[in-house]
Design a binder for this molecule. Structure first.
Ligand code: NAD
Ligand code: DAU
Length: 332
């Protein structure tokens, strides 16, 4: 695994994954990223220039992708439109990148005989009730409930069909909600933390009882690396670190860190079709491949995340006002 093409490598998880590969392997990396509003090229700047190069371009561009894939041993696809709230009103770019872009990648990787790892999401499995014991596994049925999740589900079907019928050498992973540095301020934790840094209230959708299964982005990176290193071609792996918390509980932890009262929060318009609960069972990844998450002390990680956003205001500040204006227009 010497030459790795990381698509979407300037985004939140992709950039953290590049740092992980630089720190833990001797691979040389090429990032292919369209540099949408969600990109954080600043996250790549400290990485050694001799180990990483950046190409600005679209994964849905067959000529560019064909050339780049042919020059690499492995492709890891993080490129996506990733925000549920945006997809509810404007899903065109989600179809273009998540579906058509993935089609272009599987075609190119098949022709070049290149290994592909496709990064999917737990959201393809729909949601769970708050009171059920069940968690998602690799054999859970597909039941996407949002436009974003539907495009991610379609992309997974493309990858699996190309594996079975076209000989593509690919693996797929389904991860839960990530926390860590360089996440755009539109997402839940960065939005609440930067609101609190600005002296504003956190904003909870609906009644705030919705549950997400949190994992540190570094643990997501180590899981993807483990799958590249030891995963079986054609297999699917669920990635989760047993981090279920309600949105209301997480906001409570953040409020306490800012010495604010637990009810100092605004309940705002709910997300249409809002998935109630995600919960993942990563037994297969843990037992078959020996993966163990390391950064599972959520209180400590949230405290570190607050410090990180406090220290990186110059990065997130330019996006904050426009992001909040878009939320305000939706009553959120
Ligand atoms: P992000 O929105 O932060 O980053 C996406 C990156 O992809 C950006 O740098 C963007 O510029 C790039 N991109 C978008 N369209 C592109 C295109 N057509 N061609 C090339 N690059 C393009 O997303 P993220 O949170 O880092 O998510 C990365 C992947 O992980 C996505 O596939 C997402 O579905 C999946 N995922 C995310 C989470 C999470 O909690 N954030 C959890 C599970 C899975
Ligand atoms: O589960 C994996 C998914 O996690 C990824 O596939 C997505 O790309 C990623 O964005 C994330 O999706 P969510 O919709 O779960 O994340 P988001 O940060 O948008 O919201 C997390 C929860 O917080 C969700 O229940 C909605 C809620 N929320 C969000 C915002 C922005 C609020 O209550 N208030 C808010 O202001």
């Amino acid at each position: 695994m010497e030459r790795v093409l990381v698509t979407g490598g300037a985004g939140f998880i992709g950039a953290n994954f590049c740092r992980f590969l630089i720190d833990h392997t001797d691979a040389s990396l090429t990032v292919l990223d369209k540099m949408t509003y969600a990109a954080a090229p600043e996250a790549l700047a400290p990485l050694p220039a001799g180990r990483i190069s950046v190409v600005v371009g679209d994964i849905a561009d067959p000529d560019l992708v064909g050339r780049l894939v042919g020059d690499h041993d492995t492709v890891v696809n993080f490129a996506a439109e990733s925000h549920n709230d945006t997809a509810l009103s404007d899903a065109g770019s989600f179809v273009a990148t998540n579906l058509v872009g993935t089609y272009v990648l599987v075609e190119a990787a098949t022709r070049a005989g290149c290994r592909l790892h496709h990064v999917s999401t737990d959201e393809v499995y729909g949601d769970l009730a708050l009171d059920e014991q069940q968690r998602f596994t690799e054999s859970s049925p597909y039941r996407p409930s949002s436009p974003y999740a539907a495009t991610k589900a379609g992309a997974d079907h493309l990858v699996r069909a190309w594996v079975r019928s076209r000989g593509l050498r690919a693996t797929i992973s389904h991860c839960s909600n990530n926390l860590g540095p360089w996440q755009h301020v539109e997402k839940f934790l960065p939005r609440q933390i930067t609101n609190l840094l600005d002296g504003r209230r956190p904003r909870l959708y609906g009644d705030g009882r919705h549950v997400r299964d949190w994992i540190h982005v570094e643990d997501h990176s180590s899981a993807v690396w483990t799958i590249l290193d030891r995963g079986r071609i054609g297999e699917t792996y669920v990635i989760g670190a047993d981090g279920e918390h309600s949105n209301r509980d997480l906001v409570g932890v953040l409020l306490a860190a800012f010495d604010r009262p637990p009810d100092d929060v605004d309940f705002v318009a709910d997300r249409p079709g809002h998935d109630l609960r995600y919960a993942l069972d990563a037994t297969k990844l843990r037992t078959e491949l020996g993966w163990i998450p390391q950064r599972t002390d959520l209180a400590r990680e949230l405290s570190a995340l607050i410090d990180w956003y406090r220290d990186h205001e110059s990065w997130w500040r330019p996006a904050k006002a426009a992001t909040e204006a878009a939320y305000a227009a939706r009553g959120q």
